[in-house]
Design a protein around this ligand. Structure first.
Ligand code: AMP
Ligand code: ZN
Length: 465
């Protein structure tokens, strides 16, 4: 496996700490609102990474946190606590907000065929580990107390800038927009490990600590949760590109200072999903969530397909037209697979199976090239091999791609009624020579994975998915 490592800025051979085993940590969502489809793009890529590593023979142990405390609006300890602000806005408790949006996040994952990591740990359930780490950082001289809070002293960690690949002045330039200054900090990038005496007097969630009642900073959460669940040597740490600085930079500083040795070998960052106006952001209110796509009639698995068509290190621009194109391509793919399924024949050709599996593996091993993985799938479908061999390979590839390629469509009474009503509406439009409306209805149904056909016996329909 070769993969791009943000730490070295190179595509490198992947060599885990322990042979054949991979520990993988992925930063989870801050659960103050629905995850937006940009966040979900990152989770889809991480899902492919985990499944692909398993496919090529690794035993993967993966952990993800749920941020339910401590993440402020500005990633450098500025602005309001996102959770507390949401609770105030929705007039609920922070824990109610956390529960509601954590459940919503799991629902989104399920709809997108994203496997839940085997370990999921909410930040609020790891307080003793944060305290233990912060005590050790203070003891070793990497942290200091000022204004009642505990801060990490970035001047004590010479490698502070290595992940971002930028020097101090460049980073200062990058955070220039952060107008708020915390005068307790000795150096501009020092960050809060524990807050007691902060601007948040109304902070709902607080815990006893050696430094007074308070709550943890955002960065310490991920270090502590990863160390607790995955040990002292982490193979892979993932997140969106925005996490490189300050979040992951700070995670490295505190974890390596605490451990006294190198912590994580491979830092893998997923590029953003933008819309035509720029970055999608929950806090700026420019985000789309999966629910809004579903309510427009899009299939979540088509969104997954749309994401897999591009490389995880390239910005992907989202638009409804883009999703329409993906819908058509996906439906066409499903139709072809259905045809293969309807005409099962032949003995599985093991030589061909091996050859194609090798191609699929190579595509994954080449910096997780999902679009080449899809091309391999199309090559199988086009190839002059028997249908049982094709079906075997489609199923095999789908254990990584997770695009429901062989899933049979489900029809229930409600759906049947809906389709029949739409067909009737369309037939009326046709009788009135309103072909525009008739075509619109047909296209809408197609988006819902329903193909209608006009036959001599009347209009029939077929579900693709
Ligand atoms: P958050 O809930 O804000 O902590 O973000 C959850 C994950 O989504 C993190 O790994 C972020 O880096 C990632 N992320 C945030 N915005 C985007 C975006 N527009 N496109 C892709 N990933 C994103
Ligand atoms: Zn994190």
């Amino acid at each position: 496996m070769r993969i791009y490592n943000t730490l070295t800025k190179k595509v490198e051979d992947f060599i885990p700490h322990e042979k054949n085993k991979v520990t993988m940590y992925t930063c989870g969502p801050t659960v103050y609102y629905y995850a937006h489809i940009g966040n979900l793009r990152t989770y889809i890529s991480e899902d492919i990474l985990e499944k692909g590593l398993k496919y090529i023979g690794y035993d993967v142990k993966r952990c993800m946190n749920i941020t339910d405390v401590g993440h402020l609006a500005g990633d450098s300890d500025t602005g309001e606590d996102k959770m507390a602000a949401a609770a105030q806005k929705e007039k609920k408790s922070v824990l109610d907000i956390a529960k509601f949006y954590t459940d919503a996040f799991f629902e989104d994952m399920e709809k997108l065929n994203i496997k839940k990591p085997e370990i999921i740990s909410p930040a609020t359930q790891n307080i003793p580990k944060y305290i233990e780490m912060i005590e050790k950082l203070l003891e070793k001289g990497y942290a200091y107390i000022a204004g009642g809070n505990v801060y990490f002293d970035t001047s004590k960690f010479p490698d502070y800038y290595k992940l971002s690949g930028r020097n101090k002045d460049e980073l200062l330039e990058a955070v220039r927009q952060d107008v708020e200054v915390d005068n307790n900090k000795k150096n501009p990038f020092d960050f809060g490990l524990w807050f007691t005496n902060s601007k948040f007097n109304n902070q709902e969630l607080k815990w006893e600590s050696p430094w007074g009642v308070g709550y943890p900073g955002w960065h310490i959460e991920c270090s502590a949760i990863a160390l607790t669940n995955l040990g002292e040597y982490l193979d892979i740490h993932c997140g969106g590109v925005d996490n490189t600085f300050p979040h992951h930079t700070n995670e490295i500083a505190q974890s390596e200072s605490y451990l006294g040795h190198k912590w994580c070998s491979y830092w893998i960052h997923m590029e953003f999903l933008n819309d035509k106006s720029g970055k999608m952001s929950k806090s700026k209110g420019t985000s789309k969530d999966l629910r809004s796509l579903i309510s427009k009639g899009y299939d979540p698995i088509v969104y997954r397909f749309f994401c897999l068509q591009s490389h995880y290190r390239k910005t992907l621009v989202y638009s409804l037209e883009g999703l329409d194109t993906a819908t058509n391509a996906y439906n066409k793919l499903k139709r072809k697979i259905k045809e293969i399924k309807n005409n099962k024949e032949g003995e599985i050709d093991n030589t061909k199976v091996k050859e194609y599996q090798e191609k699929f593996k190579n595509a994954f091993e080449n910096d997780m090239n999902t679009s080449t993985m899809l091309t391999t799938l199309y090559d199988v479908i086009k190839d002059d091999i028997n249908n049982n061999t094709k079906l075997y390979l489609i199923e095999d590839f789908d254990s990584v791609l997770s695009l429901d390629l062989l899933k049979e469509p489900q029809i229930n009474a409600k759906l049947k009624k809906h389709i029949e009503e739409k067909i009737e509406e369309r037939n009326k439009a046709k009788q009135n020579k309103d072909y525009e409306t008739a075509d619109k209805i047909r296209d809408e149904l197609l988006k819902e994975n329903i193909i209608i056909k006009d036959t001599k016996e009347g209009t029939t329909f077929e579900l693709i998915k």
